[in-house]
Design a protein around this ligand. Structure first.
Ligand code: FPP
Length: 245
């Protein structure tokens, strides 16, 4: 029996977040430049979207570029940005053919102009698709996002538009870039690293984490199915005891 057939499709995560890691190590193992790893990583994104659709997932959030990634060598940053622009521009027809709606989270104003333009175009061109939402985190950092939300609320309090007593979980969630999406039930990180790296800190309060040694360019449909099978073997208690569930 293959992995997909073992999955209970009535209990799959609707939102899966992924930290795509290990492109550089994968490239090094092949004796290639780091960028080759990023480039092959795009095939893994395609495979993940296909698998996500087979699982009936509605949201896939993928960490493509963190605020900290600006500290990488300049040629890698430029190559990665080029790859993102080319991929986004080249993929619009396919996204439309397969019902994928594109979104972005992060400080996209800080991206190169051509990248911003392609992104805005692709988001607009796919906005009527309903099968699955692909959310790309670009120039994203969770602390940046939370800091912005806090500033916005502080300004509203100062202007007399917000009562501090009205600040609660829901209000804070509504001020984040992810306001339109539910929290992820499952977060996957590849390449054997066990960190959140400033990704969706608020949103992952009750998220199940799954770590795999697979390097991102090797990640395929079955790797996602294995993660979901592992997720289904767990009991999500949300602070309660088993008997209350
Ligand atoms: C981490 O590997 C990966 C990245 C920083 C980039 C991920 C981006 C892509 C796969 C392109 C995605 C494209 C779209 C359209 C979503 P790393 O370089 O940190 O690997 P290492 O830890 O082995 O050095």
């Amino acid at each position: 029996m293959n992995f997909l057939e073992q999955i209970d499709l009535s209990n799959t995560p609707k939102h899966i977040a992924i930290i795509m890691d290990g492109n550089g190590r994968w490239a090094k193992k092949q004796g290639q430049e780091r960028l080759v790893g990023h480039s092959f990583g795009v095939d893994s994104v395609r495979a993940t979207v296909r698998a996500g659709k087979n699982l009936g997932a509605k949201y896939l959030t993928m960490y493509a570029f963190s605020t900290e990634n600006w500290n990488r060598p300049q040629d890698e940053i430029e190559g990665l940005m080029n790859l993102l622009v080319r991929t986004i521009a080249g993929e619009v027809d396919e996204l439309n053919a397969t019902g994928v709606r594109l979104h972005s989270i992060g400080d996209t104003d800080g991206l190169p102009l051509d990248c911003q333009e392609e992104l805005i175009h692709a988001i607009e061109a796919t906005k009527h698709n309903t099968t699955i939402n692909l959310i790309i985190a670009l120039n994203y950092s969770s602390r940046w996002e939370i800091t912005n939300a806090v500033k916005q609320m502080a300004l509203d309090v100062q202007a007399g538009k917000l009562d501090p007593e009205a600040i609660n979980d829901e209000l804070i969630s509504s001020k984040l870039n992810t306001a339109a999406f539910p929290d992820p039930e499952l977060l996957i990180r590849t390449s054997g690293e066990h960190r959140l790296s400033n990704f969706l800190l608020w949103q992952c309060a009750y998220t199940e984490f799954y770590f795999t040694p697979v390097l991102w360019p090797d990640f395929r449909e079955d790797d996602l199915y294995k993660a979901v099978l592992d997720y289904q073997s767990r009991e999500r208690r949300f602070g309660m005891v088993s008997e209350q569930l």
